[in-house]
Design a binder for this molecule. Structure first.
Ligand code: PRX
Length: 621
């Protein structure tokens, strides 16, 4: 037993783990500590997560719907797979991967739209002990290439094209561009979706529909060690390149399965709809693994909330009798904009629980969601967690925890959050405000940054030795309820997607007319936060619409559309300390219109620049 966990915590996690299927039980529950960031769980155990997601349900749920697929276009029929069918599809896909030389420990990348093959594919990897890494289709070919270089993926699964609203995204062409000259990628499997014209390279590219035909029907689950990698998922940090967070098998399974059941108070025959893309952690944990571990029916939606009309979400809820809707504040705000009359036309009487994730939910959006979607009868679970944490850590349990709008409320069983003060000490007072940390390990924490354990230690375990630091600030009230206030580092949460300022700055600086840039978060009515870029051009270049457009295009090319700055201000200088460091705090205050709290600027190298920046500030239309 680890001296980090209390006896009760150890008992809690061990008893919980007994509810899963293991090939071999663990010798010891936990080893390691937060100082070395080497915590391992269920040492000595062997299992296969797909046996827990699929095989064990076959006896009683073979004909139950596992996955309901709702296409982008409402005129196209929806479809479903039962547990029996999903099991078969996963086995066949797994055999196909094997036939293409994929073995335990190999990395397989998915760059796809949201269709059942994506979920089948990642489960197929898990079936044979291969490691999946899903790259969101909104990232550019260059971003994809960076992730492929880092993960050394041998095979990519993609679509010919993907539908998103009224757009057709040419995924295969983007893959071609990304892997040009990249030897590590041996095979590309192309799933047909849009029938747009694509190039196929002989000996490398295969039509999924053709090759799957010869795949055998059964694939035995490969037993893997508890700490065998399950997936890598890239996310942005405050500095440098995106980090590949590595999650392992047993710990992830144990917490994700249980947190799904606890938070959503899932009951047999509920229909669970998580609207996230599988390219993000939410789609991994609460569209795929969490529901399937519980034998639930999970809904996968290919499209976007506003296509073809802003009633699309409510139509899907009614059509599939959704009981649980789990979405992001940005989606709620984008629908709120069209007026409550739209959801008011729908009864949505099947709904029992609403969920929110990805960013702080403002009170107005909370009330709108509660009243017009949940008709004042559905609890809202405001779930706080991160790519790193694997599963939800702080959240109400639906119907059990007394709600407070915009509060993530209390930690789940076994989870021990705390707040730290500016001197790095844990705040013992109940009512407090500080940086959010976790005091003790939990099983689904990521184990490392793929290929860079030192960065893992530096990022999460060095600020407060002995604690996991989340990067978020939070407040705790007299009920012990947590309210997450947002990131305290240089990460910006745009529409619930994490964007590192350094990454965007590096991209902007690639533009030949740019000398230097600084990006900060901009309060945004729909996205929560947007991106505001201050840009210093080379001598002689003036601010112009053309320049702004080019800068956005540069970012689009290097990172993808999600990182394009909302506002760009061309400036002659940035506020700097005498040692040359950009004073981001001042830039943030300017962008947030908090001029009076900028404070003393006299120690700056160039105090005169502040007034100029304020005078030239851009506003959202
Ligand atoms: O700032 C917090 C915010 O999203 C960050 C994690 O982002 P990501 O790894 O992309 O995972 C998003 C989905 C879990 C956190 O550091 N965040 C997430 N959930 C909430 C939240 N902020 C406030 N309230 C939440 N419920």
């Amino acid at each position: 037993m680890s001296n980090l966990l209390s006896a009760e915590q150890s008992e809690y996690w061990s008893e919980l783990a007994q509810t899963y299927v293991w090939k071999k039980k663990w010798d010891n529950l936990i080893s390691g500590d937060f100082h070395k960031a080497d915590v391992k769980w269920f040492n000595g155990a062997e299992l296969n997560i797909t046996e827990n997601c699929l095989d064990r349900h076959l006896e009683n749920r073979r004909n139950k719907k596992a996955l309901i697929f709702e296409p982008n276009n409402p005129n196209e029929p929806s479809s479903f797979l039962t547990y029996g069918e999903l099991h078969l599809s996963v086995c066949r896909f797994a055999n196909l991967l094997k036939s293409k030389g994929i073995k335990k420990g190999d990395v397989v990348c998915f760059y796809m739209g949201m269709t059942p093959e994506l979920m089948i594919g990642i489960l197929a990897c898990a079936r044979i002990g291969a490691i999946h890494t899903v790259v969101f289709g909104g990232f550019s070919p260059l971003s994809l290439r960076g992730r492929l270089e880092d993960s050394k993926a041998k095979l990519i699964v993609t679509h010919d094209g993907a539908y998103r609203g009224d757009k057709l995204i040419q995924l295969k062409a983007m893959v071609d561009e990304a892997i040009e000259g990249l030897d590590s990628v041996e095979t590309v499997l192309v799933v047909k979706r849009t029938n747009n014209e694509i190039n196929m390279k002989g000996g490398r590219d295969y039509n999924y529909e053709t090759v799957i035909k010869s795949a055998e029907l059964y694939c035995p689950p490969t037993p893997v060690e508890a700490e065998h990698p399950l997936f890598i998922l890239y996310t942005s940090g405050s500095t440098g390149k995106p980090k590949g967070l590595l999650h392992t098998t047993a710990g992830y399974m144990v917490h994700v399965g249980k947190s799904f059941k606890d938070v959503f108070q899932y009951k047999e025959n509920d229909i669970f709809w998580c609207t996230a893309d599988i390219g993000w952690i939410t789609g991994h944990s609460y569209m795929t693994y969490g529901p399937l571990l519980n034998g639930a029916t999970t809904v996968m939606f290919e499209g976007v909330p506003t296509f073809p009309t802003p009633a699309r979400f409510w139509e899907v809820v009614e059509k599939h009798k959704v009981t649980h809707l789990y979405t992001a504040p940005t989606a709620i705000r984008s629908l709120e904009k069209f007026g409550h009359e739209i959801p008011d036309k729908f009864k949505m009487s099947s709904l029992k629980v609403l969920g929110s994730v990805g960013e702080p939910i403002n009170e107005e959006a909370w009330h709108w969601y509660h009243k017009h979607v949940g008709k004042e009868k559905c609890p809202i679970v405001d779930t706080w967690w991160q790519t790193e944490t694997g599963g939800i850590l702080i959240s109400p349990m639906a119907g059990l925890t007394k709600l407070k709008p915009a509060h993530a409320t209390l930690p789940l069983p076994g989870i021990e959050p705390c707040l730290m003060d500016e001197n790095g000490k844990e705040i013992k007072d109940l009512v407090a405000s500080g940086n959010l940390c976790l005091k003790t390990p939990w099983p689904s924490l990521a184990r490392t940054i793929y290929g860079d354990h030192e960065r893992f230690i530096q990022t999460y375990f060095s600020t407060y030795p002995g604690y996991y630091f989340t990067g978020d600030g939070a407040k705790r009230d007299s009920d012990g309820y947590y309210r997450i206030t947002g990131r305290v580092d240089d990460v910006i949460n745009v529409s619930g997607h994490r964007i590192g300022t350094a990454e965007v700055e590096d991209a902007i600086n690639e533009h030949p007319s740019v000398i230097e840039s600084a990006v900060v978060g901009l309060p945004h009515p729909i996205k929560g936060q947007g991106l505001y870029a201050f840009v210093i051009p080379v001598d002689g270049v003036e601010d112009s619409e053309a320049l702004e457009k080019e800068i956005r295009e540069t970012v689009n090319k290097i990172i993808g559309p999600i990182a394009k700055p909302d506002l760009i201000q061309v400036v002659e200088g940035l506020p700097k300390t005498r040692s040359g460091k950009i004073m981001r705090r001042i830039l943030r205050k300017i962008v947030e219109n908090e001029i009076e709290s900028i404070g003393d600027t006299s120690t700056l190298l160039n105090p005169e620049i502040v007034e100029k920046l304020i005078a030239g500030k851009k506003e959202l239309n």
